[in-house]
Ligand binder design. Structure first.
Ligand code: NAP
Length: 256
């Protein structure tokens, strides 16, 4: 019976925080982790309706779920987020740094605020949440951190200097985290999605979509659930010997 439970709900009793999980890849990840047995904190900045839908879907699976409004680029919001999770669900041992945004523009036209804003939303947020979550993971002597980077962080992308730099920074943050806390059975990995149709990519021009499709060996775009499946695996007990890695879910675009 216990073996069956471990197989079907390998994350039972674990508390997961997924940043930016009101929609898109974050919501798909929150649902995947809940199906694997975890209780989940849904974080969002402004999309309360989306967060409530995600919370209800998780509750319907029989898992505990709370939604917490917090701008994860702000230190005080992150402190409040993790305090609420600890008080209402318990100690966080799974963190998915998924919240992210874009503000695409060529470097010569990019304002400093546009560069700094994307770095804060994508990279500073991952640092703040990692620092907060490590406190409980170190006490538990077990943890899983997954950072949602991008193939832009591996390959660079014209018009995305801010976004690509933030995602490359997340990959380096992942490796540094893995080295710092590996001795406590805490793993840190990054996933690097290719083109996934979500609200984030809704405004991409037809021309750019065709460009990405032409570059993709699998000749289709990915689904949020396909990214979530990899994140779920990296959070599972079976992935305990994988750390410091960046794995692309991109239909083959970034293969060497
Ligand atoms: P999305 O549909 O726009 O979702 C982004 C989520 O992040 C929303 O829940 C949003 O909530 C939240 N968010 C943004 N800034 C936040 C902040 N400061 N504090 C808290 N929450 C914040 O985007 P997505 O496509 O699912 O992207 C998820 C992650 O995957 C991002 O890190 C993105 O860079 C990465 N990614 C996506 C693709 C792709 O093709 N879609 C490719 C590579 C990487 P609010 O609206 O409430 O702010």
């Amino acid at each position: 019976m216990e073996a069956e439970q471990t197989r079907t709900a390998p994350l039972a009793g674990r508390i997961a925080v997924v940043t930016g999980s009101s929609r898109g890849i974050g919501r798909a990840t929150a649902l995947t982790l809940a199906r694997m047995g975890a209780d989940v904190a849904i974080n969002y900045r402004s999309d309360a309706a989306g967060a409530e839908e995600a919370r209800a879907e998780i509750a319907a699976l029989g898992r505990r779920a709370i939604m917490v409004q917090a701008d994860v680029s702000l230190e005080e919001d992150v402190a409040r987020l993790f305090q609420r999770v600890e008080a209402e669900l318990g100690p966080t041992t799974i963190l998915v740094n998924n919240a992210g945004t874009t503000h695409d523009r060529l470097i010569l036209q990019m304002k400093l605020e546009e560069f700094d804003g994307v770095l804060a939303a994508n990279l500073r947020s991952a640092f703040l949440c990692t620092r907060a979550a490590l406190r409980t993971m170190l006490r538990a002597r077990w943890g899983r951190i997954v950072n949602v980077a991008s193939i832009s962080g591996l390959m660079g992308q014209a018009g995305q200097a801010n976004y690509a730099a933030s995602k490359a920074g997340m990959i380096a943050l992942t490796k540094s985290t893995a080295r710092e806390v590996g001795s406590r059975s805490i793993t840190a990995n990054a996933v690097a999605p290719g083109f996934i149709p979500t609200e984030l990519t809704a405004d991409v021009s037809d021309e750019l979509r065709k460009y990405y499709l032409d570059l993709t060996p699998l000749k289709r775009f990915g689904a949020a659930e396909e990214v979530a499946a990899l994140i779920g695996f990296l959070c599972s007990p079976e992935a305990g010997y994988i750390t410091g890695q960046t794995i692309a879910v991109d239909g083959g675009i970034s293969m060497q």
